[in-house]
Design a protein around this ligand. Structure first.
Ligand code: COA
Length: 333
């Protein structure tokens, strides 16, 4: 990589997103587990989620989101010099998801690519890694993808988890050049004390797949809901304040917050703790539920489609998730 070029701050030049067309409503879930539309709506704000059909390819969502990000960036796909796929559960434990996405994007030259695992904060971690590689290592165009097929690893008999998640992908192209959408500051952290707050234990080297019955609950997502709730608010607040401070700005300067979409009560509490009104907060979890790494690019794409961001607006993104990993990104549009 050419380190001689001294780039300015990196830009988020293209955004894309994709969700499966199959929808599962809260009413549909009432048929599967002992729950109700009323419980799910009042506790989480979620009404529907989009899920892959049997046989549908998870990485195809990442490919579609990436194609849209590339198209809206007006950068040729062969100018991409790194692909980072943030995902909690890859297409395959080996080789992950990135190799499939890169193949299906039809890139014509060899470039590096890797999967990144940082829970629901993976997309923002990816933006931070991409920004730093652009600033310090001469990379020019990095595709960051958030891809999740969580419906495939949910216990559809566990009402405490299966109502919360959905499938989808989002992508952003981060570039050294391009007009507007400047990444003013980004940060990533993790609380080192609670690795298992949200987990899927089976299938790794601690609980190898050959050892277990595939119906074993260790093969599904599990979490400590209340613990997640409290940490999510605190950590998203902390990382938000940090990026605002680093950019020498104030929270009152922020025009739009795009938080990770896990639960409307978490989002409301975050907004309250930051002293920001909900009119400045993007919310779309009613339609998609929690798609982990894909929630932020998907919500951002929807706001853009609705002409909800003007040139010069300050957009703050923040997330918290598995591994107790959290982070924030501040972009001037
Ligand atoms: N339908 C009906 N009842 C349900 C239910 C469902 N889908 N899921 C759980 N319950 C029950 C519980 O069994 C419990 O019953 P009990 O009191 O008889 O034991 C009761 O509802 C209350 O459960 P509780 O865990 O106290 O609810 P809560 O108010 O904490 O809400 C969450 C649960 C999961 C919605 C909430 O903790 C949450 O959103 N946490 C964050 C989770 C998250 O977003 N994770 C991903 C972050 S990246």
């Amino acid at each position: 990589m050419d380190n001689k070029k001294k780039p300015g701050l990196p830009k988020m030049v293209g955004i894309g997103a994709s969700v499966p067309d199959k929808v599962l409503t809260n009413k549909d879930l009432e048929e599967l587990v002992d729950t109700s539309d009323e419980w799910i709506t009042s506790r989480t704000g979620i009404k529907r989620r989009h899920v892959l059909r049997e046989g549908e390819d998870p990485s195809s969502l990442g490919v579609t989101a990436s194609e849209e990000a590339i198209e809206t960036s007006q950068i040729d796909k062969d100018e991409i010099d790194l692909v980072i796929t943030a995902t909690n559960v890859s297409d395959m434990p080996i080789p992950g998801s990135s190799p499939f996405i890169v193949r299906d994007l039809g890139l014509s030259r060899d470039i590096p690519f890797f999967d990144l695992k940082a829970g629901c904060s993976g997309f923002l971690y990816g933006i931070d890694v991409a920004s730093n590689l652009i600033l310090g290592n001469g990379y020019e165009n990095i595709l960051v993808i958030g891809l999740e097929a969580l419906s495939r690893v949910l216990d559809w008999e566990d009402r405490s988890t299966c109502v919360l998640f959905g499938d989808g992908a989002g992508a952003a192209l981060v570039s050294s050049d391009g007009g507007g959408r400047t990444i003013l500051a980004s940060t990533m952290y993790g609380d080192p004390t609670r690795p298992e707050l949200i987990n899927l234990k089976g299938g790794g080297t601690r609980y190898p797949p050959a050892e277990g019955d595939p119906d074993d609950r260790r093969y599904f997502i599990d979490m400590e809901g209340k613990g997640v709730f409290k940490s999510a608010v605190n950590m998203m607040k902390k990382s938000s304040e940090e990026v605002i401070g680093r950019a020498d700005l104030k929270l009152s300067d922020v025009d739009l917050i795009v938080p990770h979409q896990a639960n409307i009560r978490i989002i409301r509490q975050l907004a309250k703790s930051l002293g920001v009104g909900m009119s400045k907060v993007a919310v779309n979890l009613e339609e998609y539920a929690n798609i982990s790494t894909a929630t932020i690019p998907l919500a951002l794409r929807e706001v853009i489609d609705n002409d909800g961001i003007r040139s010069g607006d300050l957009v703050l993104m923040t997330a918290f998730g598995a591994g107790a990993a959290y982070g924030a990104v501040l972009v001037e549009w």
